[in-house]
Design a protein around this ligand. Structure first.
Ligand SMILES: [Zn+2]
Length: 647
């Protein structure tokens, strides 16, 4: 019996189809992604259902606008296996299916490598047996032809990505034929961007609750950051572009433009969002509120950091190439130099992407700000690379500073000041957390012995797989159980310890203000333990950090009228009730990074539920009158991205 393959190669566009008609770009625009092998198609008892359907993604190619459903591509077919999949084509739906699958998986791979664990989709809330519970979502669905609209978005409700298609308008650029059909599912950037929204939602579900101006902007920026830096993982693209631009990233460089064809087809001549060659304006952040525009500032800061890192890594090469003048001679660069520069760009980009993803485990679970993200970046990187000899952190800080992004509550932009402090937990709290984790581990060991192994992926399409079937499903069930154990443990021991609760950013007990949801349905003191994840990260020098990442959150009713808030919060009222009729939801809690071996809490990123300043800030933000901001409030429907991405 031949061994199972380890990789699957699939052809995709590096940018989008429009660039294949440009003489200087067509070769770099067709790349082959090298993905981990997985069988595509699940066995339903009679036949293998194709899609492609893998362990993370399920491509469903029905087109409601035209009432058609397209035949699914069988990427396991011998002919396609031997030719790296279907040939790139604008009009072949089978290539469209292959493209969304391949770019989607590629994005997931980047993500998992940085986080040191499997990616999970955001669970679905279901009301069953009189209570709400979270149901495991095995696969994210991708609809390559979901609507006739100039839009593509991730739907947190449907756990799906919907790609639209539309007729191009004449933008006079000559890039695109007026009246031709533009498929958003063929844009590398758009696919990577949307899958990143879904991955981020799986990791931080409350980052879609716009409680301050940075939250949704962060979602957009992060999706763009991953899309841009995924591009640098394609060596052919980097090589071509650097040769064209004489080793520099300038305004004409394709590497910093996103969604070229999409932008052109909408009549916006340039890429949808451009990051290179803009002069930083540190005052812009104060007057920019629209999520994409505000997010672009964060992307620019990260891109500046990347350029700083690239410049630092290529200083010697540039000196040699320019004879010390810094000015490149006219004409083409030597191919060896292009090769060396591309390698440096590739490595810098991979490191920046890894740092950006890894920092997510160091972010507070709610109400994220750009400044806090900076602190998370610095802390995460210090953990993995204590000695910053390549000046990465200096470049990151410099990038953020240039764009006017400063964290609150720190008095300098030095590395020491930006790093999250080690928590000064009381012995009682530290012991309590350690004991809860020991309990989790004890139960896991006991259950582990009973666990049976069932082959992967045997279930009917459209049904929920029994969670014990796959590794990720098992991890989800384990996590769920662990969260309940920890929550019960913490509540039992911290019930009447307001000072200790304060350190975790939550509040449950006698003196809880009335607006805090501090009681569960049976009237017991309450907050939620949402997630316990394991992260095993390995740094470039081989340093290994194995952490539990624990997330605790709590809700509070917010009122636009401060008097009403005061009334509800009066100590005389019954503590911790649900006041009803709230105008918005405020959230608090913390993310804890806990050493997996010693169970010592290393970091605690808390956002206090009792913070009046935060409550006031959220109130102000929701009432700030930015167009469309009303729907971003706590009561907004969950199709935020459908609205945000519409053009
Ligand atoms: Zn987006």
């Amino acid at each position: 019996m031949p061994a199972t393959p380890t990789r699957r190669r699939l052809r995709v566009y590096a940018f989008d189809p429009s660039l294949s008609t440009r003489l200087d770009m067509w070769r770099a625009n067709q790349v082959t992604l090298n993905l981990p092998w997985e069988p595509l198609g699940v066995w339903n008892g009679r036949e293998a259902v194709k899609g492609p359907v893998g362990d993370y993604l399920e491509v469903v190619d029905v087109d409601p606008a035209s009432g058609l459903s397209y035949e699914p591509v069988d990427l396991d077919e011998a002919r396609l296996l031997a030719s790296d999949g279907v040939e790139a084509s604008e009009i072949d739906p089978k290539f469209h299916q292959q493209m969304v699958y391949a770019v989607g998986m590629n994005t997931i791979v980047h993500f998992e490598r940085a986080l040191g664990r499997s990616a999970m989709w955001n669970p679905r809330w279901v009301f069953r047996g009189g209570k709400w519970s979270q149901e495991y979502v095995h696969r994210l669905r991708m609809y390559p032809h979901a609507m006739r609209e100039a839009n593509a978005y991730y739907s947190p409700d449907k756990k799906a990505i919907l790609f639209g298609y539309f007729k191009a308008v004449d933008d006079g650029s000559g890039l695109i034929m007026p009246g031709s059909t533009v498929f958003t599912c063929l844009s590398h950037d758009i696919i990577a961007h949307e899958v990143t929204h879904a991955l981020l939602d799986g990791l931080h579900p409350y980052f879609t609750d716009a409680s301050n101006a940075d939250v949704l902007a962060f979602h957009e920026a992060f999706a763009d950051i991953v899309a841009i830096f995924s591009r640098f993982s394609m060596p052919e693209v980097v090589r071509t572009e650097l040769a064209r631009a004489q080793g520099r990233f300038d305004a004409e460089n394709m590497l910093g433009k996103l969604a070229q064809q999409f932008g052109a087809a909408l009549g916006k001549r340039k890429g949808l969002r451009e990051y290179i060659g803009k002069e930083a304006d540190p005052s812009l952040i104060k007057r920019t509120m629209e999520p994409h525009d505000r997010g672009a500032i964060l992307v620019a800061a990260v891109f500046d950091a990347f350029m700083g890192i690239y410049r630092h890594r290529t200083r010697d090469l540039m000196r040699i190439a320019t004879g010390g003048t810094g000015v490149m001679p006219d004409g083409d660069l030597h191919p060896d130099l292009v090769e060396r520069l591309s390698r440096e760009a590739f490595t810098s980009a991979r490191h920046v992407l890894t740092i950006c993803v890894r920092a997510l485990d160091y972010c507070p679970p709610v109400d994220i700000t750009f400044g806090e993200y900076l602190r998370s970046l610095i802390t995460a990187d210090t953990d993995m690379v204590p000695d910053d000899d390549k000046s990465y952190r200096v470049a990151i800080i410099e990038g953020f500073r240039r764009h006017g992004i400063y964290p609150e509550g720190v008095n300098s932009m030095s590395e020491e000041a930006l790093r999250w402090e080690r928590p000064q937990f009381s012995e009682g709290l530290q012991e309590c957390i350690a004991a809860a984790l020991e309990e989790v581990e004890r139960r896991e060991k006991k259950d582990g012995r009973r666990e049976e192994v069932v082959p992967h992926g045997v279930f009917l399409r459209g049904t929920t797989p029994p969670p014990h079937l796959t590794q990720r499903g098992r991890a989800h069930v384990k996590m769920d159980r662990a969260c309940t154990i920890i929550r019960d443990y913490l509540l039992k021991h911290l019930k009447d310890e307001p000072d200790i609760q304060w350190q975790l950013g939550v509040c449950a007990g006698k003196r809880t203000p009335g607006s805090v949801h501090a009681l569960d349905s049976r009237g017991r003191p309450s907050f939620q333990v949402n997630r316990l994840r394991q992260a095993r990260r390995v740094g470039p020098a081989g340093i290994e950090v194995a952490d539990y990442v624990l997330e605790i959150t709590q809700k509070r009713d917010g009122f636009i009228d401060p008097e009403r808030q005061k009334e509800v919060d009066k100590p005389s009222r019954s503590a911790g009730g649900r006041s009803g009729g709230a105008d918005f939801v405020m959230r608090g809690g913390c993310t804890l990074n806990i050493d997996m071996k010693s169970h010592q809490v290393r970091y605690c990123m808390a956002k206090n539920i009792l913070s009046d300043r935060r409550l006031e800030r959220q109130r102000e933000f929701l009432g700030c009158g930015v167009p469309g901001m009303g729907i971003y409030s706590g009561k907004a429907d969950r199709e935020t991205f459908a609205m945000l991405h519409r053009h």
